[in-house]
Design a protein around this ligand. Structure first.
Ligand code: ADP
Ligand code: MG
Length: 475
């Protein structure tokens, strides 16, 4: 049987696909083409240097295992980087891009003859009458890459954001859509990209705007009969950042105007950065033609930060505020506020304020009180018994089996999931959760929570269990 580059690579791909998340697979492996096979060396073509660096940094081990399985111990991988300036025949990144649009998008920036078109630029940020030629970016300099801590949960979005900041309009990440739940850093990252671009390319016109404000300005422009000026203003941006685009849902007029602005910018190789609290597939009441454009570039998710990232974020915040806090309290916070970084920061600020106003030491008790105020428990508190029942049903076992002392992997996992959800959905202490789920101690419960956290970010089947159960428990 003779091996070809294609067959070898396709075998590697099926192995890789089983070992990483779907999103990561789509993003980093689907665009790769197998080019040739010489003895033990497989050459693959990747779309850019950034791509190659990313693969080397994050997937080199996996690639090695996959390739060794196919070609033996002497297997070698050769990267061929597609020239970045040949956008015209470039493989679309995540979605099919109409070739007419693609071919117009050159790395070399197209000179837009806009400047002469309309001598007077109406800036909707400026009160009429007051001439202001310089466009303020509306960026918050406090949101930088430096203080946007990196973790497993944000690595893709952060790196893609950084790549975009280095080469606005010049990567395949256009638009870059950052999506994720409340308080996970979308606004921070969007600003950081803008701030970085301004630092590297001070001459570029960068604008940050929330979709809400954009909508208001649009409505205003219709009232004042200067819709064209409004469009024109946005079309001269080099970099346009629109935050919370899910807010455009149901607003047909604003979507329409945004569609035109988007097309103009994209066709001229300008960078568009969007954020949303939902993935494009889950957006409702957004026109199809707009949705399909959102998918042209890269959609990168901000996930819930894992334990280590939460600890790092807390410590960084304390460090910046010049406050010291005992390690056990840092751990307590990181263990109890998991799904929202804004709540995590709020709890820290409030803790510091309480202790300094009342001249009290920061203690675990105080931390507990404050966390109670910051963590939104689900309205109907589910009981630990109910959680065990739902988890056992889901895995088709009975509660006794779930609680038994067995080390069988699938039973251990079910038990760990029950502990994890008990921690998440009830106010019970680790010790009390342990005693109710098969007489375990608090360390076992803590370990279970961390294991579930870790597995859900590395094992997609396991993540599905977590998501399914989460849905069942929050119905
Ligand atoms: P979103 O827009 O997703 O609701 P924000 O960007 O407003 O969330 O982030 C909420 C808070 O959490 C902000 O104060 C932000 O600085 C902080 N934050 C989010 N992600 C990180 C991170 N990776 N490192 C440090 N701080 C972060
Ligand atoms: Mg936000």
């Amino acid at each position: 049987m003779s091996k070809t580059a294609e067959t070898v690579w396709s075998n590697c791909l099926s192995f890789i696909e089983d070992n990483i998340s779907t999103q990561a697979y789509k993003t980093w492996f689907e665009p790769i083409k197998a080019v040739k096979l010489n003895d033990n060396a497989l050459s693959i073509q990747v779309p850019s240097k950034f791509f190659y660096e990313w693969l080397e940094e994050h997937y080199v081990k996996l690639l090695k295992v996959a390739l060794t399985k196919e070609l033996g111990a002497k297997a070698k991988l050769v990267y061929i980087i597609k020239m970045e300036n040949t956008y015209g025949n470039k493989q679309p990144f995540t979605e099919k891009i109409p070739s007419s649009n693609r071919s117009q998008m050159k790395d070399q920036e197209v000179d837009v003859p806009l400047k002469n078109k309309s001598p007077e630029l109406k800036n909707p940020f400026v009160i009429p009458g007051i001439r202001n030629v310089k466009i303020e970016s509306q960026l918050n300099p406090n949101y930088s890459f430096d203080n946007f801590l990196e973790g497993e949960s944000n690595r893709l979005a952060r790196s893609a954001g950084y790549a975009v900041a280095n080469k606005p309009g010049g990567t395949s990440f256009n638009p870059l859509l950052i999506f994720g739940g409340v308080g996970l850093g979308k606004t921070h990252l969007a600003h950081a990209i803008g701030v970085e671009i301004k630092e590297k390319y001070p001459e570029k016109t960068v604008l940050y705007i929330s979709a809400e404000k954009f909508t208001q300005q649009y409505i205003e422009s219709v009232k004042k009969n200067n819709r064209n000026d409004f469009i024109h203003f946005y079309q001269i941006m080099d970099v346009l950042i629109v935050d919370d685009i899910q807010l455009l849902s149901g607003k047909a007029g604003t979507q329409d105007v945004f569609f035109h602005i988007f097309n103009h910018l994209h066709q001229n190789g300008k960078q568009v950065i969007l954020t949303s609290d939902k993935a494009p597939v889950d957006m409702i009441d957004i026109e199809q033609r707009l949705l399909s454009r959102f998918k042209w570039g890269l959609s990168a998710e901000l996930n819930h930060p894992d334990y280590d990232t939460r600890v790092a974020i807390i410590k960084n915040k304390l460090y910046r505020d010049g406050v010291e806090m005992p390690e056990d309290i840092v751990e307590f916070l990181a263990n109890n506020i998991k799904t929202n970084i804004r709540e995590l920061e709020g709890a820290i600020i409030s803790l510091i304020a309480h202790s300094s106003f009342n001249k009290r030491e920061i203690t675990i008790d105080l931390a507990k009180k404050i966390v109670d105020n910051y963590v939104k428990y689900t309205k109907r508190e589910v009981s630990i018994d109910y959680i065990q029942k739902i988890v056992s049903d889901y895995f088709q076992m009975d509660v006794d089996t779930l609680q038994s002392k067995t080390r069988k992997r699938h039973i251990v996992q079910a038990r760990q999931l029950a502990m994890f959800f008990a921690k998440k959905f009830t106010k019970a202490s680790l010790a009390s959760i342990g005693s109710q789920i098969g007489q375990r101690d608090h360390a076992t419960v803590l370990h279970a929570c961390k294991t579930v956290d870790n597995l859900s970010s590395t094992d997609k089947q396991f993540k599905k269990y977590v998501d399914d159960l989460n849905k069942k428990l929050t119905l």
